[in-house]
Write a protein that binds this ligand. Sequence first.
Ligand code: AHR
Length: 341
Amino acid sequence: MKTSKVLFFVVVLVVIATMAGCAPPAAPAPTPAPAATAAPVAAAPTACAKTYKDLTVGYAQLGSESEWRNANTASVKETAQQLGVKLQFSDAQQKQENQIAAVRSFIQQKVDVIGLPPVVTTGWETVLKEAKDAGIPVILVDRRADVPEDLYASYIGSDFVEEGRNAGRTMAKIVNEKANIVELVGTVGSAPATDRQKGFLEITKDMPDMKMLDSQSGDFTRDGGKKVMEAFLKKYGKDITAVYAHNDDMAIGAIQAIEEAGMKPGTDIKIVSVDAVRGAFEAMIAGKLNATVECNPLLGPQFYEMALKAVCGEQLPKWVPSKEGIYFPDNAKEILPTRKY
Ligand code: AHR
């Protein structure tokens, strides 16, 4: 092969590799997938003198509102222990001001890296600038923030719009494109709530018999989902034929409300939700939930890998997407024992 041709292929390969590292890759296809697992913990970058044991990390967790969140917290804490990372952990109880205060306190403590799952997308510029000025890399975990890219080192998490699309496609199949739907929305202003709604509507907007009767926030909690569903049932009664819940906890709350109203969840009212936590598998086995779209909370290993790379001065990809599937009642019983959360 001529030198010019070889050079051409090398350039093409370099361009492809660079794009793979910097741009969000296409989201995974909506097929049933093997259970999400935590990515294996990578060895420390070889050219760097630092190891995981040298790291002090602050993690400004947003709350403990759901099974998903508890699994995420466990992943962050357990992985720190396994690796010997010193972890400062705080729980903001779903309040942005608490998260901002936690980030500021981590800056004062001069931690090496800060992990932040922003409860909502807006209002982060000032505190992220403070972290940048202090030379502390911030890694966004789980949720996006609407800030310029130079204010964070990387974002590790899901494609929430694609999760919404997958929920829309799945619901359309289950109800043969004909349903009166109520939507249990997550925390208002949060990336997963905004994006899961967007993705679902993108799929169903051109299906004339897929009607959205109402949308209300249940704040990603079981109790919130139950209360909103009770109000929907009071208002629309038996006109409701389907529920789209932005997370499993709200779906489980809705299941309770539907049963208390004397109807059969999963049969009289079809339900699709997001997360694929154990509670959702139990509900599917009981015939009360029709599908769950996975959102992987086991982000601890990827977080520390990126944290170490950041302190070693490596350039990080701006998005490290999670791999996720969709689960249905027919094989929920076999899959449940393999679930890690
Ligand atoms: O940001 C991820 C979402 O937050 C999960 O879907 C939900 O359960 C959690 O509270």
